[in-house]
Design a protein around this ligand. Structure first.
Ligand code: 5GP
Ligand code: ZN
Length: 274
């Protein structure tokens, strides 16, 4: 498991201190926002984001960086140090931003920092000495928990994929009659055809159903629809027309939990659908 933690720790270095404590518990690479461009985010399983809260706000550069990331869905965590403000996972602006970016936020860690900026002006030394040993111990426990939930989620997902009929067809474990293939799409003849021509088109990513289409994976849907006319031409059904169907969930009649489209032709179809 590889972790990249992006920390902006401008005033007292408190957040960096917390991140370094975490790095003693679970190996991780720590960088600031500027340095983050030297890393390929795709190489990492978990992204950490941390800064001090300045008047309740995360560091601007860090927020901008989080807003701009546009990579695959993946796990993330957030840490902050703060003189006075604190967020819960529900209210934390950075957690919410990352969730909107399709990140699976595994946790939020906050602890008090000795931030002159806020402390001296508002509460007067309340947090002197923080983060202390107890805070750093909590940080280490937190990151162990993050690592553990990541491994558990991975195991669960791995099991789902290992059990998936269409993933097995895609990787050749189960034979199929291939009709079309590119980087993102695999299409094969349905084992129980409902029309003279009946092809199942699937994304080469384990997306369970139409309910799991997201901003990040919708490119697979575009690729499937790009393949549709090409496959129809190949089957010689483009002229007379065809039907494309996606069954979703119980009421839709989905029997295989890997998103797929049926492309059927060679006869007329009734409407409304049964
Ligand atoms: P659903 O009912 O989920 O919309 O569609 C699943 C489709 O996959 C069905 O039409 C079914 O006939 C097809 N199918 C199920 N198992 C296999 C298989 O092992 N090989 C092939 N080629 N098609 C299958
Ligand atoms: Zn699958």
């Amino acid at each position: 498991m590889k972790i990249l933690t992006i920390v902006e720790s401008k005033h007292q270095g408190n957040t960096l201190k917390v991140a370094k404590a975490m790095a003693r518990e679970v190996p991780m690479t720590i960088t600031d926002v500027k340095g983050a461009s030297n890393y390929n985010l795709d190489d990492y399983d978990i992204l950490g984001f941390g800064s001090g809260l300045y008047y309740g706000r995360y560091d601007k550069e860090l927020t901008r960086f989080a807003k701009a990331i546009n990579d695959k869905p993946r796990a993330a965590f957030v840490l902050f140090t703060s003189g006075i403000n604190a967020y819960s996972e529900k209210t934390d602006p950075l957690v919410n931003l990352l969730k909107r970016k399709n990140k699976n936020v595994l946790g939020l860690f906050g602890c008090r920092g000795h931030d002159k900026f806020i402390v001296f002006r508002i509460v007067g030394g309340l947090n002197k000495g923080h983060p202390d040993e107890a805070d750093l111990k909590n940080a280490r426990d937190f990151i162990s928990g993050v690592a553990e939930s990541y491994e558990n989620a991975k195991k669960k997902k791995g099991a789902a994929i290992m059990d998936c009929l269409f993933c097995k067809i895609i990787n050749g474990e189960i034979p199929s009659t291939k009709v079309f293939e590119n980087d993102m799409v695999y299409a094969f003849r349905d084992i129980s055809p409902q029309a003279p021509e009946h092809v199942v088109i699937v994304p080469k990513a384990h997306i369970k159903s139409a309910n799991e289409i997201t901003e990040e994976n919708v490119k697979y849907i575009a690729a499937i629809w790009e393949a549709v006319p090409a496959i129809a031409r190949q089957l010689g059904i483009d002229g007379d027309g065809y039907r494309v169907v996606n069954n979703c969930g119980k009421n839709g009649g989905q029997t295989v939990d890997h998103l797929h489209f049926h492309l059927m032709g060679g006869r007329e179809f009734a409407w409304p659908a049964g």
